[in-house]
Design a protein around this ligand. Structure first.
Ligand code: ATP
Ligand code: MG
Length: 246
């Protein structure tokens, strides 16, 4: 954090994340377009109270249960996620365990390599890269290129900050998608199997806590969380919170 922003600043947490995103751009990890996406996220985060709300906790529980029950879970990482929560993504990969896979919207081999290096530096166990050999169906963008042993084969994909098109493609291919998106109205939020409407900076530490907790529970207890999860009710609750102006 630059010296100009004192710890006591009321917007300290938000400003610290903004600086992490800017540092991500400077390190070649985050796309400049990522700054705009982050700004939209900031506005929505402001409206949900910059805190994890009950609807996010409920979704995070169901998401953790889905990942723990997966045969082949994979964690998809883009440039914003790598800039904001690299250590937490690596720790989640170790805990589940699950490989991380680099997947970005704006094509750049250099940026893909920079994201991989950043995740490995933060202790990621395995970082898969997109390949030309494996492609997702139903999608045209750069995000269709995947790893044959990673997203292509995954039954559950955890995608903090997904793109709506690819989320739809993953679902049409029969995969479960657990996402984190501050916008409960986005195509991603609606199409995913489970949507955690929260900032990834809070959702990732929470997921680590919940996965560790639910690992101690029975498969039946985890299945009960998945069954109880009501996607549309959760999204409606998040939207109501944003519109309430509370
Ligand atoms: P979609 O592709 O799902 O239709 P979109 O195209 O409107 O949505 P994108 O530009 O693809 O949105 O991605 C930006 C999204 O990421 C925004 O909805 C924003 O709220 C969300 N977002 C940005 N930063 C964060 C963050 N730190 N935590 C959680 N969500 C975030
Ligand atoms: Mg989009």
């Amino acid at each position: 954090m630059s010296a100009e922003v004192p710890h006591s600043h009321p917007r300290y947490a938000s400003l610290r994340l903004r600086e992490a995103i800017v540092a991500g751009v400077e390190k070649g990890i985050t796309s400049v377009h990522g700054l705009i996406a982050h700004g939209r996220g900031e506005a929505l985060d402001y409206l949900i109270g910059e805190a994890t709300q009950p609807f996010a906790l409920e979704a995070a529980r169901a998401g953790a249960a889905l990942l723990l029950g997966a045969r082949h879970p994979v964690i998809s990482v883009n440039g914003n996620a790598a800039a904001l929560v690299p250590a937490e993504l690596a720790a989640l990969g170790r805990l589940l365990p699950a490989p991380l896979e680099v997947n970005i919207f704006h094509t750049s081999a250099a940026r893909e390599q920079a994201i991989r290096a950043e995740l490995l530096a933060h202790g990621a166990p395995e970082v898969l890269m997109p390949t030309r050999e494996a492609q997702l169906s139903y999608i045209e963008s750069n995000r269709r290129f995947v790893h044959p042993e990673g997203i292509l084969r995954a039954d559950v994909v955890f995608v903090p900050l997904e793109d709506g098109d690819r989320c739809q493609a993953l679902r049409r291919m029969g995969k479960e998608v657990v996402t984190v998106d501050l916008n409960p109205l986005s195509r991603t939020a609606h199409t995913a199997s489970v949507t955690i409407v929260d900032n990834i900076a809070r959702a990732l530490p929470l997921m680590l806590e919940l996965v560790a907790q639910l690992q101690q529970e029975s498969a039946a207890a985890r299945d009960a969380l998945i069954t109880a999860y009501d996607h549309h009710r959760v999204l409606r609750a998040a939207e109501a919170r944003i519109r309430s102006g509370a």
